[in-house]
Design a binder for this molecule. Sequence first.
Ligand code: FES
Length: 284
Amino acid sequence: MTGDDGHGTRRAERLVAAGFAVCVVAALALALVYRRGGQPQLEGALLAVALGGLGFGLVTWARRVLPHDEEFEDRETLPTTADERRQVHDTVEGDEVIARRPLLVRMLGAAVGALGVAALFPIRSLGPHPGTTLERTPWERGRRLVNAEGHPVRAAEIPLDGLVTVFPEGHVGSSDGQAVLIRVGRGLLEPVPARQDWAPEGLIAFSKVCTHAGCPVGLYQADVHQLLCPCHQSAFDVLRAAQPVFGPAARPLPQLPLNIDAEGFLTAGGDFSEPVGPAWWARR
Ligand code: FES
């Protein structure tokens, strides 16, 4: 190696180390910004600087530090001379370019490690595992139905073809517990196996959360007994357990079993017949 080559290589190594150092600093700054609440533009800029520093270091290392000389050897002279063996030994063990590589390797490790630390922080944003919470709502056996003001609903208050939005008592405003309560003419409901006593006196309740994309199903067309979702016009047949009859929804609205207590108030007989809302998350 000539003096000029050695000087150029040392300069290239310093550039490589500088690139990795920039990566480390930017990655740690990224982790700090995220930890303090985050700022998307700043996080993006720091990530770009970190990856840029890492890329610059790797490319400079490959192009300006690693040797590019081509070595030839005649196939006939397979045995090596003592000089050749010494040359190989010097190249691998004794050359100062090689001797400085551990520094670059450590810098590369630090850069990748710092980026890894920064990448770990967003995992905290995933939040706790939902477990079975998506499959349950606040409804339970004996819990009264209340209106939006929190007042218990009497069966006698609901007129024929009337619709009321109801919630589980103590959970007014519940997004997964909201339901629509409808009274239909006696004898119109098609019996559903295992649900014969879920609709006393023609009062029937379904989840208000559309099974297509989760919009509130709050429109009732009494002449055809259909609940309508205003978002994408799905229609559900109230007389047939809210089966979808039009639109993109592919699943019926979950039904809430109802009872009437001794004072005439409506109570739930349990939770909905199945998980509420879009079912994409339940696909396995
Ligand atoms: S959310 Fe109801 S039809 Fe799309």
